[in-house]
Design a protein around this ligand. Structure first.
Ligand code: 2AM
Ligand code: CA
Ligand code: CA
Ligand code: CA
Length: 264
């Protein structure tokens, strides 16, 4: 197909190596106490490793693709200074689940997404401690070399992942949604939550997310019959933070009709 022949295989194959190298770097420095700083509030943390991993990924990308653009969480790259609708760009979260990285040394991810002429092409999530890479080509998503099946889960027989900040601040309609499910889980990492969805362990994820949190997972999910929407039912804009539901397409209306009554 035209879509398959245009697929950026060179970028995909390079990015797999770069993300795996980032994982090796992080695992090899785990016995080193990270330098921790706060960002917006006491529980919004960043370490020296977040910046180092991002700089390494950015320099590798720009060495191969000097005209590509970058949208990334750290180091002043968090606002797009290019046209999202027409550019070739990379969205990077160098460590997703920084608090887990600091406190648990587990359940964190390195993530990126690639867009060609403004169109999503591939997402990549490395579960660093499990050393498992989730990625996609034009047709399917994979964990390592294993293709992930399309799924049609139902709420009544599935678990939901919820963001703990949202749950603390206004739980009313999240609780209504949660009560229709088998139970809720909180993983402390958007990337790990997306991995659980891709594996069929979790039905969906409700959270308040930046583009680098939801873009990689959303592209991966699009190959198994899932997607991400704002509470209003739109595609997230890649502009700033948005309340996002990621889940199966066949449950979009049911879930958003519950969430849209709330003031999350
Ligand atoms: P991060 O670790 O890359 O910051 C749980 O905290 C999840 O929400 C993580 O994936 C985290 O990504 C993300 N997140 C987004 N905004 C956050 C914020 N302001 N504070 C803490 N975590 C945030
Ligand atoms: Ca962060
Ligand atoms: Ca993140
Ligand atoms: Ca991060």
């Amino acid at each position: 197909s035209e879509q398959a022949s245009n697929f950026p295989n060179e970028q995909l194959n390079l990015a797999k190596g770069w993300v795996r190298e980032a994982g090796i770097f992080l695992r090899s420095h785990l016995d080193e106490a990270p330098q921790v700083a706060t960002k917006s509030r006491y529980d919004d943390l960043v370490t020296n490793f977040d910046g180092q991993v991002q700089e390494e990924l950015v320099s590798k990308i720009l060495a191969h693709f000097p005209d590509d653009k970058i949208l990334a969480e750290e180091n002043g790259k968090s606002e797009p200074d290019f046209d999202l609708a027409s550019s070739n760009f990379w969205v990077i979260d160098p460590i997703d689940g920084t608090t887990n990285f600091i406190v648990q040394k587990a359940e964190f991810a390195v993530m990126l997404a690639y867009y060609q002429a403004g169109k999503p092409q591939f997402g990549m999530i490395l579960d660093v401690m499990a050393d498992r890479l989730f990625w996609n080509d034009a047709e399917q998503s994979y964990c390592e070399d294993e293709a992930l099946p399309v799924r049609w889960p139902e709420l009544e027989t599935s678990l939901l992942a919820l963001n703990s900040y949202m749950f603390k601040s206004n739980a009313n309609h999240l609780q209504e949604l949660a009560s229709k499910s088998l139970g809720v889980r909180n993983f402390g990492s958007a990337g790990i939550s997306y991995v659980k969805i891709l594996e069929g362990r979790i039905l969906g994820y409700v959270s308040n997310l930046y583009p680098w949190d939801y873009a990689p997972g959303s592209i991966l999910l699009s190959k198994i019959g899932f997607d991400s929407w704002t509470i209003e039912g739109d595609s997230p804009s890649l502009m700033g933070r948005e309340k996002v539901f990621s889940g199966p397409v066949h449950l979009k209306d049911e879930v958003l009709s519950i969430l849209s009554q709330s003031e999350l």
